[in-house]
Design a protein around this ligand. Sequence first.
Ligand SMILES: Cc1cc2nc3c(=O)[nH]c(=O)nc-3n(C[C@H](O)[C@H](O)[C@H](O)COP(=O)(O)OP(=O)(O)OC[C@H]3O[C@@H](n4cnc5c(N)ncnc54)[C@H](O)[C@@H]3O)c2cc1C
Length: 440
Amino acid sequence: MEKVKIQSLDKNYSANIFVKRPEKYRELKEISDRYEKMIPMGSCSSYVPASFCNDNLSILMTKFNKIIEFDKVNKTITVEAGIKISELLQFTLKNKLWIPQIPGYPSITLGGIVATNAHGKSSAFHGTIRQQIKEILIYHKTHGWLNLSKDENKKIFDLTIGGFGLTGTIVQVKLKLEDFIGYNFKTSLIKTNSLIDTINNFNEENKEVYQYSWNRSDNITNLGKGFIFKNEINSIENSSVDTRGLYHDTNKLESNFKFNLWNNFTIKFSQFLYYNFHLQKKNKIFFENFKKIIFPFSGKEMYFKMFGRNGLIESQIIVPAKKINQIIDEIEFNLKKELPEITLLSIKKIKGECNYLRFENDGFCITFDFVRNKKSLNFMENLDSICQNNQLIPSIIKDSRLRLNTIKICYNAYDQFKKDLNEFDNRRIYRSQLSDILEL
Ligand SMILES: Cc1cc2nc3c(=O)[nH]c(=O)nc-3n(C[C@H](O)[C@H](O)[C@H](O)COP(=O)(O)OP(=O)(O)OC[C@H]3O[C@@H](n4cnc5c(N)ncnc54)[C@H](O)[C@@H]3O)c2cc1C
C-alpha cells in the first residue's frame, strides 16, 4: 500500500501514513482486524495531528455518511459518523431541527465533532456536543462492535466523547435534535473599547442569543477594541433555512502559499478595514444567512493559506468568570512585553464541566491565532504558565505546541483518562501523533 504525506492544519506536524477508506461495515472490521495500530480519521482538518501517526494506518470514515433513522416526533436522528456536518444540517434544517454545537467549518465530520467534544457559537447556551449524544456505536479491534450510552458501557461512552478516537472507530451516533424555527439570523453589534470592556458587555441573556467578540490585536493602543456580535435566530413563521448554500464539496483548507503573508502591516491593514466596516453597523440590526454565521471560515480559506508553509498557532483557553479580570491583566502585560503577531482574538462564553480531556467548563473562552515565530512562541510560553498557575483549561485539539506537563496540571482527570483507557485497551491499538504527545 502506498504512503501518503499529510500535515496538521497548523503545519506543526507532518507524517507519511497509510490510508484505508472502508465503505461497508464488514470492510471496516476486516481492516481493523488486519492492522496492529490505527486511528480513525474524519476530514483531517484538525489544527493538531489527531487523526494520523507516522507509518501507521488512518481509517478514513468519509464513506460512512448515511442517515440511518430519523424520528421527527421525538426529535432524534441516528447517522453514520463520517457524515459532514453540512450534510447533516442540510437534512435536519429542512425539518426545522438541528444540533447547535457546530464547529466553524462545513466539511468537519460528526465523528471528529464527537471525538473532540466540539462546541459552536452558542457554547454559553448549549454547551458542547456531549449534551446531544444519546448513543454511539463503535468498532474496536479487540472488543468488536459496542453500543455505548449512559445505560450501556457508560465508562467507554464517557471515554469516547472527547476521547480523540482512542477508544476505536465511531461508526454511528444517535443525536438529540433541537428546534430551529427561523430563516436566518438577526445580528446586532456592541462596540467595545478594551478586553475588559468586552467582558463587561457580555450580557446575561434569558433568550437564545449567541454572543462572541472580535477584538483588535494589531497594536497595543488598539488592543481589545472591537465588537461583540449578537446573533438571534430570526423566527419567521412557516419559514425554514435556505440550505442550498450549505453544500460543501471538498476540504479547501489543505493548500497554502509558500511564504507567510501575515505580518504587522497586513494584520494592521486587515483589522483596520474590518473594524471600520463594522463601525458603520453599530447600533443597527441586520440579517445574515445561516452559513455565514455558523461556518464563518467557509469561503475565507485564504486566511489559512496566508500563513504559508510555517503555519499558524491557535490557542483557546477557558477562564472562569471569577478570574477573568486578573487573567486579562496578565495576558495584556505579556502581550505588551512580547509583542506577538496575532491575526485573530475573540472571546465567547462557554458552559460545561471539564472531565477527562474534554475542553469544557463554565467561563470565558478566549481564542488567539498567532503567526508562528519566536515572539509568538515566547508569549505562548508565558500563557502556558498563566494556565498552569491558575488551572485554566487549554484546548488540546487546537494547540499542538502544548506540553504534556501543562496538560497534566490543567486537566485534573488526565491520569484517570489514561488509566481508564489502558484498562479498556491495554494494547493501545488506536494511536495518533497527538496520543504520543499526550503519552497515552
Ligand atoms: C476552520 C475550523 C474551525 C473550527 N471551529 C471549531 C469550533 O468552533 N469549535 C470546536 O470545538 N472545534 C472547532 N474546530 C476544531 C474541529 O472541530 C476539530 O478539529 C474536529 O475534530 C475536526 O473534525 P474532522 O472531521 O476533520 O476530524 P479529524 O481532524 O480527521 O480527527 C479529529 C479527531 O477525531 C477523531 N475522529 C474522527 N472521526 C472519527 C471516528 N469516526 N471515530 C473515532 N474518532 C474519530 C480522530 O481520530 C481525531 O482524534 C475547528 C476546526 C477548523 C479547521
